[in-house]
Write a protein that binds this ligand. Structure first.
Ligand code: XLS
Ligand code: NI
Ligand code: NI
Length: 441
């Protein structure tokens, strides 16, 4: 089998003083952090669409990176992509990968022909995984947004025929996920949203989206899928208003349709900021509601209002992310998928490796800093003290359900002014604690 990246060695861990660009400075797969190796804590995944398919095409120009993998025939290219992906994962010590069905294998006219070709590629991946069981599928998904048939959505299309087609396509995608032993299946809302309410029956579209999810979940379980289903919230792009706006919105939707026990969240950093939230906020909402699942690791540009999907290099955000992940008990079926692409100007094969190294080192830093924040304990202690009034007296009575509104009135009348019960929020102090722990130079 051809080696695609002859000039790239297996990327070694060389430590913080190394200036070798093709080395990890912080990511040492075997280093133990809070009882698990970094490899186990971080569970990095390669995204098939950006890494194997994304060539830098944008609205203003054609691709800048060659992602043909030396093949012009679509089937030969799909296979070459598999070989190249496994080589990239090997060289970067990445154990997991994620795909859309159409990233693996394109459309070939009829759905039947497309499915047959997809099977061929999935079988090819399976053969490689059987030979190398360190490579695992983090999640699969269906690309129900690319083809013109999805112009008005898939599960929320006004056309019942498009809904049926989408269901059929997703059926095949979940079957492929099961065949590859995937631990997750993602629903990102593609074009599930609207441009204008003047032409949209929002109530019907949301009911239909729930119908589709229920069908896929029941079918997945019936064929032995034991992993997690995830929704990936996103507020806008491609539609003006995406139905899965943010985690809180999705939780409301899931509860309305009785799907809340079946679906967790795949939180993407850039989607969080598009929704005017911090990444940490979205993770916290998921954690507090018991639906934290997996992460699409990337970052947006604060000056741009779209999903730029940059490789994450902001160590501060990565720290607060890993803080939430550790507090949630770490990943179970989920992991850190780099839903990220090198910039259009970073077009060489080497840039694939340099961008993953940047992202992986950033999350290694984030993990180590988050572990230190937890070990340091000052943040936890501060929050605990701030809410101490809920552990005794009237606070405890409220929590225990013992205090009625009459009791509270009596209490408040006797107590008088309560401003003195407050203490400072100390935001600046806490931010300086985070800096001290992260940088500790
Ligand atoms: C797009 C989404 C997409 C999902 C997978 O914004 O992030 O890439 O992760 O469908
Ligand atoms: Ni994503
Ligand atoms: Ni995205």
């Amino acid at each position: 089998m051809a080696e695609f990246f002859k000039d790239i060695p297996k990327i070694p861990f060389k430590g913080v003083n190394s200036t070798d660009p093709l080395s990890f400075k912080y990511y040492d797969p075997d280093e133990v952090v809070l009882g698990k190796t970094m490899r186990e804590q971080l569970k990095f995944a390669l995204s098939w669409w950006h890494t194997m398919g994304g060539d830098g095409t944008d609205m203003f120009g054609v691709g800048t990176a060659d992602k043909s993998w030396g093949e012009s025939d679509p089937t030969a290219r799909a296979k070459a992509k598999v070989d190249a992906a496994f080589e990239i994962m090997d060289k970067l010590s990445i154990d997991y990968f994620c795909w859309h069905d159409r990233d693996l294998s394109p459309e070939y006219g009829s759905l039947a022909a497309t499915n047959e070709k997809l099977d061929e590629i999935v079988d090819y991946i399976k053969e490689k995984m059987d030979k190398d069981p360190t490579k695992k599928l983090l999640w699969g998904t269906a690309k129900c947004f690319d083809h013109p048939r999805f112009m008005h959505g898939a599960g929320t299309s006004p056309s019942a025929d498009v809904f049926a087609f989408s269901a059929a396509q997703i059926k095949k995608a979940i079957e492929s996920t099961v065949k590859l032993g995937g631990s997750g299946y993602v629903f990102w809302g593609g074009r599930e949203g609207y441009e204008t309410l003047l032409n949209t029956n929002m109530g019907l579209e949301l009911d239909n989206m729930a119908r589709l999810l229920r069908m896929v979940i029941d079918y997945g379980r019936s064929i032995g899928f034991t992993g997690d289903f995830y929704i990936e919230p996103k507020p806008k792009e491609p539609t003006k208003h995406q139905y899965d706006f943010d985690t809180a919105t999705v939780i409301g939707f899931l509860r309305k349709y009785g799907l809340d026990k079946d679906i967790k969240m795949n939180i993407e950093a850039n989607h969080a900021t598009l929704a005017q939230h911090t990444f940490q906020h979205e993770l916290r909402v998921a954690r507090d509601n018991g639906v934290f699942g997996s992460i699409d690791a990337n970052q947006g540009d604060p000056l741009l209002g779209w999903d730029t999907d940059q490789f994450p290099t902001n160590a501060y955000d990565a720290t607060l992310c890993m803080y939430e992940v550790l507090k949630a008990g770490g990943f179970t079926n989920g992991g850190l998928n780099f839903d990220a692409k090198a910039r259009r100007g970073s077009f060489t094969p080497e840039d694939i490796f340099l961008s993953y190294i940047a992202g992986m080192d950033t999350f290694a830093l984030g993990l180590k800093a988050a572990a230190k924040l937890i070990e340091d304990g000052r943040l936890d202690k501060f929050v605990e003290d701030r809410y101490a009034s809920w552990t005794t007296g009237i606070g405890k009575d409220i929590i225990d359900g013992k205090a009625t509104i009459d009791d509270l009135e009596k209490y408040a009348l006797e107590k008088g002014e309560v401003t003195d019960s407050l203490s400072s929020g100390r935001q600046e102090y806490l931010e300086s604690v985070v800096n001290q722990v992260i940088f500790n130079l």
